[in-house]
Design a protein around this ligand. Sequence first.
Ligand code: GLC
Length: 673
Amino acid sequence: MKYDLKLLTVDEKIQLLMGKNTWQTKDIDGKMPSVFLSDGPSGLRRVAIRLDEDGKPIGNYTMPATAMPAASSLSYTWSPELARLDGEVIADECIEKNADVLLAPGVNIKRTPLCGRNFEYFSEDPLVAGKLAKAFIEGVQSRNVGTSLKHFFVNNAENDRSYKSTEVDERTLREIYLPAFERALEAKPWTVMCSYNPINGVWASENNKILRKLLREELGFEGLIVSDWGAVHDMPRAVKAGVDLTMPYRELYLNELREAYARGEVTEAEIDECCERVLRLIELCESKDKEVKMSRNERHGAAKRIADEAIVLLKNDNNTLPLKGGKIYVEGGFAKKPPIGGGGSSLVTCDYSFVPLGELVANNLGDCCELVSANGRYTTTVDSKGARALPNIIAAALRADTVVLAVGNDSLCESESFDRTTMRLDKRQEDAIIALSRAAKKLVVVLYTGTAIDMSAWIDKVSAVVLAGYAGEAVNEAVADVLTGKVCPSGKITETYPLSENDVPVLAVDTTRPYEVYSDGVLVGYRHYDYYDKEVLFPFGHGLSYTSFEYSNLKIDKQGESDYMVSFDVTNTGEVDGKEVCQIYVSDLLSMVIRPVRELRAFEKVMLRSGETKRISISLSYRDFAYYSTAHDSWHVENGEFEILIGASSRDIRLSKRIDIQLPREKQHTLPQ
Ligand code: GLC
């Protein structure tokens, strides 16, 4: 090891346990380099100091960077390969702009659709979140840039996030909120970030059970635990719980640690344990082979490749899309300047110059398209502030064959540090949709949001809905390519779109109490709607295509006590080449405990030429059939019948077969009669 603990004084070791400012670790008077930690999940948000002509600091600014898709949009690709590419692109910019650790990915589960930060998280389902986060981490770290898997733990809302305790039972914690971290940890992130909130009454930054017993001892995490910024309230307790690095710098806390050490409340051994991991992180960041591999254009190309597969075709009545030509009227502020993400620490300063969506569509369609515009005195903009001068918009719509309206939420609506108050769009945007639906022959809504939307006011009035999401700086190029058929849409949503927000089990967190009880238990997202057999607008895993897929020849081979190989054919039965996300769900048909009707246990994305058939084979094992038994503090598979279901979404099941699992008696508890 290059940096030896023994060569440091106790006070130098204490100093190393806290940043020296907002973004960097201490360098102990030049004895070692400082590590620069920088956001974020959808691109590098590298804060730098602005200097005047005399070199005097005159404030901070965020360096421009490539705006990659937010995690929500990345998840709609269901592609670990693209998640890895995403990580590689951001790592490239970290190297270019001297950031050593990227504070990403966030894998918190989307428990409530109103969570302000849902755009920055992957899914309501832990498997999707875990698999994509793992690939993202592998991508970033393949370039010798570190990551920070966050926010550990059960931090699923923004309102009162810094003090509201999450009351969660052990089974829910292990079946819903932990698996995404477990799977992402397989990529060995250099750091894990502990969250702001208390868990069952103890701050995450002081929670021995969560940090030591669970994360370190049970899950075997050997990297560095960094606090969220300002999440430490008592540094001696944080050090004793194993928070290795407290961010940002705060002298008061450092002195409290010095005093606690002097009083013998914190031992040198405890300080050394944390300090050792800081030194190891410094060495990891010093690794030599870091080289920039992509040009800005190549990074944009990667952003476009991901965005192409992140766009979701939610509705397409009478094959409204793809657009073939004719008079097309494209309206909405986001058509000119799309939101690239939600607000807060993940928001990238994007220096990309956007081409208006209408122009991109016209370029794709060429002579067979004539763009209609609502010019004149009241030039219109329909954006998150809503429509103005509707009459002008309607007049233009009457002249068009198809109207494309870009609406959604901007970073003032979806953001870190506060939750939304409604799932609906801004009323004036809803009014614009409804008004245009009366004037337009065909109305296509393009939706720029990072989370589920209540569309009940207008969904029946529009011909098609394209979810642009927050797919980064290339979003409108991807939307134009999907609208015109240059790209066959393959994205699928990773959270449920309910019929209306009245159907949502957990909307806003209770702001009257200093705790949030996770009484919904394991029934989160589609697990809730399926269990209560509720109709939904668009189910988890839904996404349309311009082609069609047929599933056949399901075979299930038993390969062990609870090991099965599941294989089936998928055929592209349509006219165009396309990609399909095949989903495998498991259902425990008779259980002594409450269980979701079905749970996603595997998925595979496949590219199929028109007419082509491919055979998919996926293995299932013990954990795929198990629930977490708090009677035995272990995962448990009950003997009995299970159903394995193959679907194009959680509600579009194409194939299924029952199996009967009979584990030896010693592996069973009391069995259902
Ligand atoms: C913020 C966020 C965290 C971010 C950190 C640094 O409060 O919770 O995700 O990485 O502080 O900006």
